[in-house]
Design a protein around this ligand. Sequence first.
Ligand SMILES: [Zn+2]
Length: 476
Amino acid sequence: MSQPERRPVVLRGGTVLTVDAGHTVLEGHDVLVVDDRIAGVGVDLEVPAGTEEIDARGGIVMPGMIDTHRHMWQTAMRGYGADWTLTQYFVWYYLEHGRKFRPQDVYAGNLVAAIEAVDAGVTTCVDWSHGLQTTQHADAAVDGLAAVPGRFLLAYGNIQDAPANWTGTSELRDFLDRRRGDVEGFQLAFDVTGDPSFPEKPAFEVARDLALPVTTHAGVWGATNDDGIRLMYEHGFMAPETIYVHAATLSADSYHRIAATGGSVSVSTESEQSAGQGYPPTWALRSHDIPVSLSMDTSVWWSGDLFTAMRTTLGADRSREHLEAHARGETVTHAALRAEHVVDMATRGGARALGREADLGSVEVGKKADLVLVRNEHSPVSFPILHPHGHVAFQAQRGDVEAVLVDGRVVKRDHRLVGVDLAAARRAVEETVDHLRGELGEDEWRQGMNPDIPETKILDNPYQYTDYRSATTHGA
Ligand SMILES: [Zn+2]
């Protein structure tokens, strides 16, 4: 797959969600891109000769979205775990079948996930890659990401071995040196069990040695808890670049420690709502002033787009506020979380979490030209645009992404990806599905997808509708 060519581009006459510090919205503005940067934002901009014109009238121009936690290697199993809980996920991936993924299976998942991200306007994505049993798997992961014109960070992880083991190898250091130029950056991805002997300490030391941020599933019901946060804090491993994923079942004390050390939380609302990590925590994080970014977690269950993340996050946050108020006999008259806040979390918030706020996450002159045009002339939902942030959060969806620019290159135009071989990704995914299905056998394959449903006890009902019906004189 070739890099699309780069020439000056102007998006004409759109409603621009700048997501600058004041969340400024500009109606009927142009955005000019020269090389990899935003060169101008204004009305009827003069542009260099040969500039490509993209009509943005009637549409919304916004920053490329940023996902801070996505297990891209799992995407070849898209939708398989739709009815899972976290327990079934752990059994399937961690205990039973995760080892069956070959390097080419990681490649297939990453390739289609990377294409899926860019297609949906997610221009930067952290690949939380915890299926890297060998560095061959890691090379395959990077190969899949590097084939697609987006910004991808590899968060290196391996659920099949203890963090102290796999972080300490010379193979890992060689790999990081060798592939440095092929991705946007690296992180180390591992979880902290809360074991009082703190066996993850050597892994944190490697991260510090290599100046790599750590990303960790923290506050996951039944898996990680306050003890992990306390151990990280006591050993001095909580840093501003640390990303705490979910952070859904933590005490105020842990939130204080996160806030005091400058870290951020990656909230995966769609995931937390159905897998069982805990209640999506934005409503609680707000009062601790902890920065939030959004993420989709895994396409084994959920959608791979941040429109859904924004929508579910607003819903979960407001739902909780109402419930808490009702429990006190009160009524919420003003929503605390606004559409503009979730648009910020999906763009600027991700840039902040990755330490890239200086060049990503907003539409401002001088920043990297990662842009999304939300427009769909064939959709009755595309007008009127009265509340642009609200339109993005509640009305738009991935099919409305008409154009995407990454690093100044047009990678999607007129609703079609540019220079992306989707057929090759499809073939790679089909091979992986055939391999895994063959390894599991047909019974186990079907069983894995169809967990038992607990019995629902129907309550005794004092009202007898049959009596009512027989007592009436209607009908024959
Ligand atoms: Zn996760």
